[in-house]
Design a protein around this ligand. Structure first.
Ligand code: PEP
Ligand code: MG
Length: 753
């Protein structure tokens, strides 16, 4: 049975659309199980019924025509009970209903299994047989396995509405899709599909005009070449010149003679260009993937990306470079940083991504540039929305397709009010960040690119609370040298001096990869990451520490932060290496002061040892993104569990209280540098818990300052005392939202004034 299942899954993966998927399922299942009828129904919740979408053993032409109300018939019963129903004589069951259009009265035996995705029934799979009999345990288990494996696929493919194939007008109806609110704001604009091309979906087609096909292909290559050059140009503002070399590697791959010649040879055999491209790119990717050299192995992803870019250009109606309307909302399977770079900054209004979650690095980038984003929108029908108007509500994580005029006016009003609200915040720049009852809170920025410096200075940040050094490491094809690092850190420290700059030591592993330092692990988030890697590689760590210390010569505003500390010996060893690097720099004639040091609290063990850790350093800084992930055992990038990821979970708040108390017991400051520091509701809690410094993206800073200047510490402490007794994150969030509303700050959490 396992091999049958594998074959079904493989065929499903190669299918063109949901219709074909369901047809494959009913045909293969009826054949594998030797039954006379197999049928698949999908839920149309808005219409309160199931729709028969594929069948074997029913009359011809019934698919798409038969509906069963949600609470009727045996199909309805399977959905209500959310479990298999196995009957030898179905017509004698009180819930049996006869549908003459199917001709199913011939069947006695009935086995119905619900297809359930994320706790919701998405459809029902039924097998039937003339002969009365109960299906045996193995048969039930097989059908349950088939539907469990395919439910998520079906839910995703069907999120835009049941089988628009059957109901053509459906795609023009307004529809609301839910994802993860990942960057606040409202955008009304034109959806632009990112890399619509999926190499795997390309099938073969015979062609007769070979010369024309080759010409198409060469045009597509040329367009891709131009695209990449343009991309390189766009990022010139964001990256240092030598960091742009990344794109030269792309270009040289594109010009590889053998790839081009192999593709043309296939076209000459009569295959159309998209298929020839698919075949050769996949062959090359496979070659790269099996290479010994890890650097070359990593290039397979680039090659695949390139293949998709060329395919996109082959499929594009006009071979001209992508044009972006002035109100672009990027939509796609997985939006990357380079996709963002493609769009002129003043044309980009929003982002909708099927994959990823609020803490994916793309989401962090979206917040940094102030673009509303909704991630993990399972089943977003991106292809159908291309170049159509959509609305993105980054506050609530909602995307509206085919919006009505009334919806557009409502959201346009909210967006206008939002703009007005933020325009008012500019005036806060020069004002102190202090509560009305006189408590100072330092507001700092998180940074990772040279381009982050200017916006940070513009919003009046009091320093850098977190500089993620991995960004310059990630965009190279080898470890940066001490001198290269020195130049970056020096520019950063100089720009902010005398304000403090907290530079975090290299924090790779988990979801942050270095193409030239591949690590294969079953559980990367529980594996070799952060300080664990750098302590194991003092030759890399010392170079980085020396670069930081040398860069601080004469400026004395460096603070060094160590990530992912999970036991005391790690911080002791890290400090020993820092002392060694400092000694070396001094011996070489430098005059760097020994920097202030801090431990990131990101792992549960560090929470319970915070009182010991703080004795060894000058400050603590909570990485709430990871702390939430590890405390709740919820992968921060996994959309399947994104509903469980909540920094206002009572356990997280209690941990934050322990950490703050540990620092304060030694009269030392405690900071937070995860995304939580910019969430308005969380800011009240952090204020009440006594956090001294909040570090966030530059764009959120004025908003947070506004909250702090309008909220007394006494009030925040009272609220925290109350929420500490709550049991559910949702209750805490609602309670804090209404506190914001009462203080006249409700516009920060819902759009509008
Ligand atoms: C965090 O974990 O909260 C953090 C700031 O680090 P990063 O997001 O870079 O893992
Ligand atoms: Mg972290």
């Amino acid at each position: 049975m396992l091999s049958v299942l594998r074959q079904i899954v493989q065929e499903v993966n190669e299918a063109q659309d949901l219709q074909e998927v369901l047809r494959i399922i009913v045909e293969r299942v009826s054949c594998a199980m030797g039954v006379e009828a197999c049928s698949a129904y999908l839920v149309e919740r808005r219409k309160h019924h199931y729709l028969l979408v594929a069948s074997v053993g029913f009359l011809d032409g019934v698919d798409g025509k038969v509906t069963i109300p949600l609470s009727e018939g045996l199909v309805g019963l399977v959905g209500e009970r959310e479990e298999p129903i196995n009957l030898s004589d179905a017509p004698s069951h009180p819930r049996y209903r006869y549908f003459p259009e199917t001709g199913e009265e011939r069947y006695s035996a009935f086995l119905g299994v619900p297809m359930i995705h994320q706790r919701r029934v998405v459809g029902i799979l039924v097998i039937q047989q003339r002969q009365p009999r109960r299906f045996d345990e193995g048969e039930v288990a097989f059908l349950v396995t088939v539907s469990a494996q395919l439910a998520s696929y079906i839910a995703h493919a069907n999120a835009g509405g049941v089988m628009t194939h059957f109901t053509v007008t459906q795609s023009n109806l307004p529809s609301t899709l839910h994802g993860i609110p990942s960057a606040p704001g409202i955008a009304i604009g034109t959806a632009v599909l990112v890399l619509p091309a999926d190499l795997d979906a390309v099938t073969d087609k015979e062609i007769t005009d070979i010369d024309r096909e080759i010409e198409y292909f060469e045009q597509a290559l040329e367009t891709t070449r131009a695209d990449i050059r343009r991309l390189k140009g766009h990022l010139a503002k964001t990256l240092l010149p030598e960091e742009q070399n990344l794109f030269d590697a792309y270009l040289s791959m594109l010009d590889s003679r053998s790839i081009k010649e192999d593709i043309i040879a296939l076209i000459e055999e009569g295959h159309w260009a998209p298929y020839a491209l698919r075949k050769i790119i996949k062959r090359q990717v496979h070659k790269f993937e099996t290479m010994e050299d890890p650097y070359l192995r990593e290039r397979s992803a680039d090659l695949l990306d390139l293949g998709r870019r060329v395919l996109a250009n082959l499929q594009s109606e006009s071979p001209l470079p992508h044009t972006y309307p002035h109100d672009t909302i990027l939509v796609g399977d997985e939006i990357s940083a380079s996709d963002l770079a493609e769009v002129p900054q003043d044309h980009l209004l929003g982002i909708v991504s099927l994959k990823g979650s609020a803490n994916s690095h793309v989401a962090i980038l979206a917040r940094a540039i102030g673009i509303p984003a909704v991630m993990g929108v399972a089943g977003f029908p991106a292809h159908k929305c291309d170049r159509k108007q959509i609305i993105v509500d980054g506050y609530h994580g909602e995307v509206f397709t085919s919006p009505t005029q009334a919806m557009i006016s409502d959201f346009a009003r909210l967006a206008a009010e939002e703009k007005e609200l933020y325009a008012g915040l500019d005036e806060l720049r020069e004002l102190r960040c202090e509560t009305p009852d006189g408590t100072r809170v330092a507001l700092c920025v998180n940074a990772g690119l040279v381009a982050d410096i200017r916006p940070a200075l513009q919003v009046g940040a009091e320093g850098v609370g977190l500089y993620r050094t991995e960004v310059p490491f990630m965009i190279r094809d080898r470890f940066p040298s001490e001198e290269e690092q020195y130049l970056i850190y020096r520019q950063l420290l100089e720009s902010f001096a005398p304000k403090p700059v907290t530079i975090r030591t290299l924090d790779v592993g988990g979801d942050k990869f270095l193409s030239y330092f591949p690590v294969t692990e079953d559980n990367p988030f529980l594996g070799w990451r952060g300080i664990r890697i750098t302590l194991d590689h003092p030759e890399i760590f010392l170079v980085q520490l020396r670069a930081m210390l040398r860069a601080s010569n004469g400026l004395q505003n460096l603070r060094v932060l160590f990530p992912m500390i999970s036991c005391i010996s790690e911080i002791e060893e890290a400090l020993r290496l820092l002392r060694q690097a400092h000694r070396e720099v001094i011996d070489e004639g430098g005059n760097a002061r020994f920097p202030e040091t801090g431990v990131m609290i990101e792992v549960p063990s560090a929470v319970y040892q915070a009182h010991e850790l703080i004795k060894r350093v000058d400050f603590l800084s909570v990485g709430s993104n990871d702390l939430t992930q590890y405390l709740l055992a919820v992968d921060r990038n996994n959309p399947y569990v994104a509903n469980l990821y909540d920094s206002l979970h009572p356990a997280v708040l209690h941990a934050l209280a322990i950490i703050a108390n540990a620092a304060h017991s030694q009269n030392k400051p405690v900071a937070i540098c995860g995304e939580m520091a910019s969430e308005p509701t969380a800011v009240i809690a952090l204020l009440g818990l006594g956090y001294n410094q909040l570090s966030m993206n530059a764009l959120s800073l004025p908003r947070v300052k506004w909250i702090i200047r309008n909220f007394t510490v006494v009030k925040a402490q009272q609220l925290v005392k109350e929420v500490m007794n709550f049991h559910h994150a949702q209750d805490i969030r609602q309670f804090l939202e209404s506190a914001l509303e009462d203080a006249g700050l409700g516009g920060l959490v819902r759009g509008g004034k």
